[in-house]
Design a protein around this ligand. Structure first.
Ligand code: NAP
Length: 310
């Protein structure tokens, strides 16, 4: 039998993102050996499959667990993995509430294991270059537009419009994860309007007004019903020119010049970072994107709009 050299990993929640990104990134990465999957209905060929986390933790030896289920119900799954002493990586958003994530961070520290609350959009090719250029610059204004077609990107994902599923903030939290990473100062929410379909529990569109470092206005426009060209753009006006991150951070222009970037490897970078955190005995849990979403739900005026069906 061949000796296993990688970190033995179990993946929970075999849905769209697990198949599109996690499985290929784990297979290519080299740090992890995927030995098991836990999903109520789905299975992955060639490894041990279980219906739930309890069965997986009992049935197979693991060093680490990665969770790619919807945010509702994450806390119980994550707690089970941590209680078994496994290192843990969470898809975004890290859990359904801020207090759940704080509880997981506390428990991971107590158990002496790594907790990685991942933000895949922070690994987009343009993000670190944007952050480096913006460091020390005077920020004048920020405009974020995150507009996509939910029927195309999330077909039939009923959980997304259930309480805790975040609605349009499911993709928009990616924009907030980039903004909180690249902007030098803190973001504070001042006003929010959330548009909630009459037959749903979570918003389908929203507008936010925030302030950067107590000064620059930050306008955020979110829409889940955009057909045609899709928009995932962040435009940052500075004293030294305008920086634009397009297509979710995969394209970058600075003061009118296109910046040449590496090809996209968001999930490869996430798993490499998770392996590095495990090796160093560290955790990485940044709550700011989820806090801003929570603030939007706290401060936002809720407006009822037309019913939505997939
Ligand atoms: P999805 O296609 O609905 O897959 C999630 C899977 O989790 C389901 O197929 C389901 O598999 C399992 N699951 C466990 N409990 C569930 C529950 N109560 N309701 C529904 N499914 C449940 O969703 P996804 O798009 O992969 O998203 C999962 C997570 O990844 C979300 O947090 C999302 O924000 C994040 N994400 C998604 C994307 C994307 O483009 N789709 C991109 C990046 C991150 P079983 O039925 O087999 O249990």
């Amino acid at each position: 039998m061949m000796a296993q050299t990688g970190i033995r990993l179990g993946l929970v929640g075999i849905g769209k993102i697990a198949r599109d990104q996690h499985l290929p990134a784990i297979a290519k990465g080299g740090d992890f050996d995927l030995v098991a999957a836990a999903s109520r209905n789905a299975t992955v060929d060639g490894i041990a499959n279980f219906r739930d986390i309890a069965g997986m933790l009992e049935g197979v030896e693991l060093d680490a667990v990665s969770i790619a289920t919807p945010p509702q119900g994450r806390h119980a799954i994550a707690t089970a993995a941590l209680a078994a002493g496994r290192h843990l990586m969470l898809e975004k958003p890290p859990s359904a509430t801020v207090s759940e994530v704080r509880d997981l961070a506390r428990f991971a520290a107590e158990q002496g294991v790594t907790l990685f609350a991942s933000w895949h959009s922070r690994e987009a090719s343009g993000v670190e270059a944007a952050r480096a250029w913006l460091s020390g610059k005077a920020i004048r204004s920020v405009r974020i537009e995150w507009k996509e077609d939910v029927r195309h990107w999330h077909p039939g994902q009923e959980w997304i419009f259930e309480a805790g599923g975040l609605g349009v903030f499911d993709p928009a939290i990616n924009a907030l994860s980039i903004a909180t990473r690249v902007l030098p100062g803190a973001l504070v929410l001042e006003k929010a309007v959330l548009h909630v379909p009459s037959n749903r529990e979570a918003p389908i569109a929203a507008e936010l007004d925030m302030r950067h470092a107590g000064e620059a206005p930050v306008r955020v426009e979110l829409d889940f019903l955009q057909t045609g060209p899709q928009t995932w753009d962040i435009v940052i006006e500075t004293g030294a020119g305008t920086l634009i991150l397009r297509k979710g951070g995969s394209e970058l222009s600075i003061a009118g010049e296109e910046v040449s970037l590496e090809p996209e490897r968001e999930y490869a970078r996430l798993y490499a970072h998770f392996a590095e955190l495990i090796r160093k005995g560290e955790s990485d849990v940044d709550l700011r994107p989820l806090e801003l979403v929570a603030d939007a739900f706290l401060l936002g005026r809720h407006e009822t709009v037309e019913a939505f069906e997939f």
